[in-house]
Ligand binder design. Structure first.
Ligand code: ADP
Ligand code: MG
Length: 184
């Protein structure tokens, strides 16, 4: 598929398993947008997300546009790893888009030697906010796993592949100039 591919939507409730079972939160967005990309195969991808700021109420009583089609330059842009598909380990019958948002790529990896079993990145909940995603590359297909531990282990690998890929020169611009939240 020709990257980048843009997907967006409000962050919806998923199956509630990401955090609870796996300790890995994944922001789910509606799969509807996939209809615009019939060639996009199921699998694991990396990219960048623009997260709308947590909604503040301004003096005139209006919010900052969270949840609307508009996003603004105060969006936070972060690296992400995502799966598109049926999560074979869980045998879902409907396709989902699940995005794990990672810490800024410029920070040293928390997977450094000091921690043998690093925890996954967690932000304050942002259900209902608009998430803009730019998919930049494909990692591999969705696999089934013999155990949850094996699944988690591969998600760690996915994160590391995503992190290192996004450090490559051609991708840095996606993390600095705000090409993800606004069409340019
Ligand atoms: P659900 O099944 O409803 O998607 P999860 O257990 O997968 O529940 O948790 C996802 C939610 O956790 C997201 O919608 C978001 O509000 C929150 N969240 C916190 N940190 C992250 C993160 N690093 N990446 C994605 N979502 C996160
Ligand atoms: Mg989820």
């Amino acid at each position: 598929a020709p990257f980048p591919i843009r997907l967006s939507g409000p962050v919806i409730k998923g199956f509630g398993r990401g955090s609870k079972d796996l300790g890995i939160p994944t922001a789910n967005i509606p799969a509807d947008d996939l209809d615009n990309h019939p060639d996009l195969k199921t699998g694991v991808y990396y990219g960048v997300v623009a997260l709308a700021p947590i909604q503040h109420t301004t003096e005139n009583g209006h919010g900052n546009g969270n949840g609307s089609a508009e996003t603004n330059s105060r969006d936070t842009i972060l690296p992400a790893v995502l799966s598109i598909g049926y999560n074979p380990f869980y045998k879902n019958t409907v396709r989902s888009v699940e995005i794990h948002v990672m810490p800024p790529t410029t920070q040293p990896s928390p997977t450094a030697a000091s921690q043998s079993q690093p925890t996954f990145h967690r932000l304050p909940d942002f259900y209902g906010t608009k998430l803009n995603l730019l998919i930049l590359g494909y990692i591999w297909p969705e696999f089934d796993y013999v155990s949850m531990e094996a699944l988690i282990e591969d998600i760690r690998v996915d994160c590391e592949v995503a992190r290192l890929s996004l450090l490559r020169e051609g991708y840095l611009r996606y993390l600095v100039d705000d090409g993800v939240s606004s069409e340019k």
